[in-house]
Design a protein around this ligand. Structure first.
Ligand code: ADP
Length: 267
């Protein structure tokens, strides 16, 4: 038995090169949108083998965003076979819940589910596994980052919430479990007019820079408010897959490049 207070053993994932966590201080900032489009951009049309785990079991939105409500197949050996969409492998609690189920699980149960997603799912060899964490710094995200061997975290904020305590707490959570934060993504950073292409910083500028400077990490990307991003999510056709040449898709491609570089760089 492990003495009380010692952190639990991390799950061994020998077939996965890097696990990247996508986190946020609170809900609704676009964490899942970033996780999905980042995962697709990292896959880069087959250049890398990528999986995506929806660990946001309180509001699993990835099945909708990726346009699938199929149930994963369970093999005779009891191994779960992930679904595959747009070239990435996908696992979500949303596949096992109906819309009426109240989701009130606490950290240890969430961890049990995610543990199963990581260990009992037939991922095959992966270059990257992107984990969409539950929002905030409660016991669910904390238990996850304690037990999953996360190589680096990407923290998503909006310009309005960078000043809030939540984001600072999120950063502190990763420091506490010695998980490197690769950087910050400022989402809904201004409005990109679909007609004229100009960008309007409706929420102001500089918040993410100040936050990043405070914690000594880079701003990895600024993603403006883009109606096509929301529409793509609602329709189950993520922008990066549906319109890879869209200006916002290019921002995700640049983000993916920075994430891959940061992971490959010696610590
Ligand atoms: P979270 O995972 O943080 O709760 P979501 O990714 O579910 O947030 O995003 C919340 C809503 O905002 C969704 O309707 C999503 O389509 C929309 N959204 C997220 N980012 C953008 C963006 N950059 N431009 C337009 N809509 C966005």
């Amino acid at each position: 038995m492990r003495p009380p207070g010692t952190p639990p053993q991390k799950i061994a994932l020998p077939h996965i090169k890097y696990v990247v966590a996508v986190a946020s201080g609170k809900g609704g900032v676009g964490k899942s949108t970033v996780a999905v489009n980042l995962a697709l951009a990292l896959a880069g049309e087959g250049r890398r083998r990528v999986g995506l785990v929806d660990a946001d079991v309180y509001g699993p939105s990835l099945p909708i965003m990726l346009g699938t409500d199929a149930r994963p197949r369970v093999g005779p050996d009891k191994r779960i076979h992930p679904l595959e969409r747009y070239g990435i492998k996908l696992m979500s609690m949303g596949f096992f819940l109906d819309e009426q189920s109240p989701v009130i699980w606490r950290g240890p149960i969430v961890m049990g589910i995610v543990r199963q997603f990581l260990r009992d799912v037939e991922w095959g060899e992966l270059d990257l596994l992107v984990v969409d964490l539950p929002p905030g710094t409660g016991d669910a995200p904390l238990t996850l980052v304690q037990q999953v061997p996360v190589a680096g975290a990407v923290v998503v904020t909006t310009p309005q919430d960078v000043a809030l305590l939540d984001v600072g707490r999120g950063m502190a959570m990763f420091a506490q479990v010695s998980t490197p934060v690769l950087g910050v993504v400022e989402n809904m950073s201004g409005y990109l007019c679909p007609r004229c292409g100009t960008e309007d910083p409706i929420f102001g500028r500089g918040g993410a820079d100040a936050l990043a400077a405070r914690f000594g990490v880079p701003v990895l990307a600024r993603i403006p408010l883009v109606p096509a991003l929301r529409e793509g999510g609602d329709a189950g056709r993520p922008l990066v897959a549906a319109q890879p040449e869209h200006p916002a898709s290019r921002l995700f491609a640049a983000l993916a490049g920075r994430v891959a570089d940061a992971l490959a760089a010696p610590a």
